[in-house]
Design a binder for this molecule. Sequence first.
Ligand code: PEP
Length: 250
Amino acid sequence: MRTPIVAGNWKMNLGNNEAVELARGIAKNCPESGVKVIVAPVSLHLSSVSQALATAPVLLASQNMHWAESGAYTGELAGPMLREFGVRYVILGHSERRQLFGESDELINHKVQSALAQDFRPIICIGETLQEREGGRTRAKVEFQLRAAYAGLNAEQAQRTILAYEPIWAIGTGKTASPEQAQEVHFFLRSVLKDRFDIKTAQALPILYGGSVKPQNFASLISQDDIDGGLVGGASLKVESFLELARIAL
Ligand code: PEP
């Protein structure tokens, strides 16, 4: 049985006070068990958000991480710095990092390996563009990205990751993949994981769906056999909608 996961990616939103308020609101009414709740504020707010979460069962993620543990990398964030604030998860390979900041599959794999070596759990994002979907290339694209991100990993390492299928055409657009469309890709990804690793890994590894998830569409998505939760942008910025997603996942 895979525990459902609801992860909020706050992206480059909210001032510090707003982030603290959101964290407090989530902490106050977050389900105690039955769902893993994760939030990813901007790195600048990790300290205040981790204090606001206090002892609540809410886990912290970073939106990015450099592969080196320290050094001359202006503007970057290292794992040991993130760990000081209780960060356990790192979002890697988000389509915005790939498209806007030129992150390659090789770089993402390097970061995944480094995150695992430093005992973080990477949330690895993959997904196709609208053009690729319309051209019938969804499977080829996600299989390529999955194999590239997991290059060099063994089954034990792979089982410490979380995969997020995020069709790019559904991110921040209000268009969601239908539950059937998402399930089809999630099922396919599990078959690739089985081929690349083994059945145990394929069955243990949580696969999240991301792309305009909101309380109105989440129940039908998470009820699909291979959808284990959501990676959520817009709807994670309000206490009520985010907590509603956590309750739906229970
Ligand atoms: C995301 O950026 O990971 C995401 C899924 O955003 P949204 O929920 O706003 O589409």
